[in-house]
Design a binder for this molecule. Sequence first.
Ligand SMILES: Cc1cc2nc3c(=O)[nH]c(=O)nc-3n(C[C@H](O)[C@H](O)[C@H](O)COP(=O)(O)OP(=O)(O)OC[C@H]3O[C@@H](n4cnc5c(N)ncnc54)[C@H](O)[C@@H]3O)c2cc1C
Length: 380
Amino acid sequence: MGLQPTWVAAVARILIIGSGFAGVEAIRRLQELGLCDRSECIWVSANSKLVFLPLLPALVSRRYRPGDVEWSVEAYAKRVGAELIDKRVTALEPGRVHLEDGEALEYDYAVIAAGARPAFYNVPGAEELSVTVYGVDEAWGLGEKIERGEISSMVVVGAGFVGVEVAAEALWLARRLGRELRVTLVDMLEEPIQLLGNKKASKLTREILEKLGAKFEMGRPVTRVYEGGVELKDGTRVEGDVVVWSAGLRGPGIEVPREALARGGFLQVDEYLHVSGLGGNVYAVGDAMAFRKDDCISLKMAREALRSAARAVENIAARLRGEAEKPYKPLITSCRPMAGIGLGPDQGVLVLGKKIAFKSTLVHWYHEKLRKSYAKLLSG
Ligand SMILES: Cc1cc2nc3c(=O)[nH]c(=O)nc-3n(C[C@H](O)[C@H](O)[C@H](O)COP(=O)(O)OP(=O)(O)OC[C@H]3O[C@@H](n4cnc5c(N)ncnc54)[C@H](O)[C@@H]3O)c2cc1C
């Protein structure tokens, strides 16, 4: 039997905000460390569900169904002894969090795992006239339009990994159903998935998409979205029955002191994942955080969400034991990108760093394995 930890602090109230990959991982780690037994674990989430975001593009093509990629976290919360509150957090201050219905809760430690939201950059019409693929209903609804033959053209704004995956799934579905679908990807950058900084991956992704029938309008930002298409900076219009907006992310929109916010509304954290300006007991993890080590930025990916959530909880446990916290060491960063990009059911690209990329469908296997493990973990 291992040594039992010595706790120096009295019972603490630990608040986890969000039930995505990071939120579930934080709760899982709290339970593993025995913290929900000796402390009070409160779990606040706007929807009390885990949505497996990486498989949303596969809803578009009907490879998965909504029930395959989202699960209630209620039974799990009960099992681990966490009090689940199904409400949106609106604001956070040292020691207190405010909920959407005006209620306020006190906390000793808080972990913000509230993810990110699509960013529209004040482009006129973008928010009102485009669809995003950031939720089950949007992704499923987009596939429905293709299935019913309601659309024959689509503009995808943003050729990052979400945009390219959605484009590939949409084209694959149309092909399978024998429907006409013209898909144009538009981006201010010159190549798809350029932000990963791996030229070979960009080239392979473009090749696969072009073979599926996609067109590219690259190197010019979108200045307006209108009913039936988008306008680019040079005045060119790209027409589409539907505009899919996948051009970037912004922070979770929780009101916090100004010094807590980094560019894009993400929560600025230090090396231990403490949020600046909130008194030292608040951590941010996953997509919600802005984490930089030297010149390398932690990427907004599932693996980073899991690792940062575990680190934040381990740091809280260390403090309750009177031990020192450990700095977060990101794995997937702008300096060392790693990603599996699924481009329809039978194609994909694996990115390993800035130089290595090859065609691979490993990502499909990995997502399925992970999906099954969450289905099991969260089952009632
Ligand atoms: C279409 C798509 C495809 C992707 N593909 C991949 C991929 O192939 N590989 C990969 O590694 N990553 C991928 N990602 C990114 C990955 O899904 C994210 O990095 C990951 O989901 C981040 O986890 P998170 O827990 O930080 O945030 P989320 O998963 O976004 O969870 C946030 C949680 O917080 C809750 N919440 C939000 N605001 C509030 C609030 N104010 N109060 C209370 N609760 C709140 C939400 O309801 C949700 O439960 C993809 C993302 C998308 C959108």
